[in-house]
Structures are given as C-alpha cells and as structure tokens.
Design a protein. Sequence first.
Length: 72
Amino acid sequence: MEDILLFAGTLGVHGYGNYQDRYTKVNGKWVVKYSKLTRTRLDLIEPDGTVIEADVPIERIVQLVLEATGQK
C-alpha cells in the first residue's frame, strides 16, 4: 500500500507498507476478519510532495508533526 498524509497544511508523510488480511465467509459473502498494516517506510514531505527527509522513524515524524501543529 501507499498513502500520503498531510498535517494542517504544514508537512506530511508519504508512507509505504503492506496489509495482511484474513477473510471469512458470512451468509455467502466474504468479509474481512482480520487486517494488519505493516509500514515499511515513511518519508517526511512538504505539502507539495517534495521529500524533506527519506525513511524517517515514526517517533521523529510524531515529534515534528506535534511541533508543526503547535501541540508540543
């Protein structure tokens, strides 16, 4: 999977990873029984998508987002 998250228009992350899903059949329809997201990489980005720093640990991103949004 791949996603982009922007925080208050200040900065964001471009994330990569994969899902592990398990399904079960209920009343003839397949439904998700279990889903786990494992992130394999997070890049810190500007709102326009420009990479600020590649392959950043989640703890650093949390710290920077809190600071950028005035929560720390």
